[in-house]
Design a protein around this ligand. Structure first.
Ligand SMILES: *Cc1c(COP(=O)(O)O)cnc(C)c1O
Length: 424
């Protein structure tokens, strides 16, 4: 059930009117539903009950400390892609021993930080990274726990910018090189091979490509086993899609049911039932539908070819449309009677690419509030300060209460780090 719905013609987040949030905190503002976050996380954790499994929320989707704290309290681990993200987990009271560290460009400093906090595993994406990690771990007198991110070369059938498991992508070690990479990893003194990992893409509606990737990883684990290289966990990454428009994404429980069924029959036939830990790295499916971007109409600019609805949120607040031509739903906060016109909802940024939604039928007036739906994932985390625009406020709603979880950035804070220095 959606936690953003109309009551007497006024859109609410849980039991809080979005117009009240706009009055109290201004716009643009990201608004998140606590119940939605909890339900979305539970879809994963419930399906993992009684299993040796770990859900590591991919925090690049939304890394607000309040959201991390909430998920950590529910038992979530975290999938990180930078040292900064690890520091966020620590600040939010998360457990570094439930953290996986992914990403193609880990620096030595980031490796040292992660090693010093004893994270669960490094998802290593290349041979040079393996050598560097071995060297850094050696300097610290440690062994780095490692999975290799294997690129299974399956087509996730999603937008090319969010497909990551094809041969042409920068991510992971090619499937055909994986065996040699594992042999090397097993031979390095400060590397401890613990797992195998993949992440094939994002906003996947069907789980067939994920199951195809799983089958390939299973084959590889068997091959490694014959070589005497034992793998203790298998990480399937994230990627489960959400509803933006009329998509019908696979249900999390159904997907996990199929994953565990395959793993069970594999372990029963080959390993006398001995278990293997399974990790998941969902991002979008946990936070995407749990948030909206609340924005106010500044001007209406009807024209000969197009009608523009100019709002106070822009591409710097929500990049997905400009970056991926993503379709995001738009609704008015107050349901209005009348004849709908077709509007392009655009921001004030000086770029033609600054649009949030195109050709939408809306009954709208100046100063109305709108929401952009399903903006909880890859919204605030991708925001920038382009055009010297402070980033939006963030508010968390819990039933009939709401709380500010990030202040709106002030213009002064944007240039506080700059110095009017000269070399004269
Ligand atoms: C982005 C990312 C995820 C999360 O993907 P979603 O589609 O948001 O579930 C998981 N793992 C890795 C390595 C990622 O880069």
């Amino acid at each position: 059930m959606s936690h953003f719905s109309y009551r007497n013609g006024a859109l609410h987040a849980e039991s809080v009117a979005l117009s009240d949030i706009a009055d109290k905190f201004g716009t643009p503002t990201y608004v998140y539903s606590k119940q939605a976050l909890e339900e979305n996380f539970s879809a994963w954790s419930d399906a993992c009950k009684g299993r040796d499994a770990l859900v590591c929320y991919a925090m690049k989707a939304n890394s607000n400390l309040a959201i991390l704290r909430l998920l950590a309290a529910l038992g979530s681990g975290f999938d990180l892609v930078s040292g900064g993200e690890l520091l966020r987990v620590l600040a939010a009271g998360g457990d570094p021993r439930k953290c996986l560290f992914s990403g193609v460009g880990k620096t030595r400093d980031e490796m040292r930080l992660a090693l010093s906090h004893d994270i669960l595993c490094f998802n290593v994406e290349s041979i040079p990274e393996l050598h560097r990690l071995n060297e850094v771990a050696g300097q610290l007198g440690k062994k780095a726990p490692v999975s290799l991110r294997v690129n299974p070369n399956v087509d996730p059938k999603t937008h090319p910018y969010i497909a990551t498991g094809l041969k042409a992508n920068k991510f992971g070690v090619a499937f055909s090189d994986a065996l040699n990479a594992y042999r090397l990893a097993a031979s390095l003194p400060h590397i401890d091979v613990v797992g195998i990992d993949c992440h094939i893409g994002s906003q996947l509606l069907d789980d067939a490509p994920l199951l195809e990737a799983l089958d390939k990883l299973i084959d590889l684990v068997d091959t490694l086993d014959k070589e005497g290289i034992a793998v203790h966990h298998l990480d399937l990454g994230g990627g489960i899609g959400i509803v933006y428009d009329d998509e019908r994404p696979v249900a999390v429980g159904a997907y996990l049911g199929r994953v565990f069924a395959r793993i069970d029959s594999w372990r029963k036939s080959r390993y006398a039932g001995s278990p293997i830990k399974v990790c998941f790295e969902p991002g979008r499916s946990i936070v995407g539908n749990a948030g909206v971007l609340l924005t106010r109409v500044e001007y209406l600019k009807p024209g000969e070819e197009k009608n523009f609805c100019i709002v106070d949120a822009a591409m710097n607040d929500l990049m997905r449309p400009a970056m991926y031509e993503a379709w995001m739903g738009v609704q008015t906060v107050t349901q209005r009677e009348g004849r709908a016109l077709t509007w392009d909802v655009v921001g004030p940024v000086c770029e033609s690419g600054d649009w949030l939604a195109r050709e939408r039928a809306l009954v709208v007036e100046p100063d109305d509030l709108l929401v952009i739906n399903s903006a909880g994932a890859y919204g605030m985390t991708m925001a920038s300060n382009y055009n010297s625009r402070g980033r939006a406020a963030e508010v968390l709603v819990d039933q009939d209460r709401c709380v500010l979880i990030r202040q709106r950035e002030t213009p002064e804070s944007l240039f506080a780090l700059e110095q009017q220095a000269s070399l004269d």
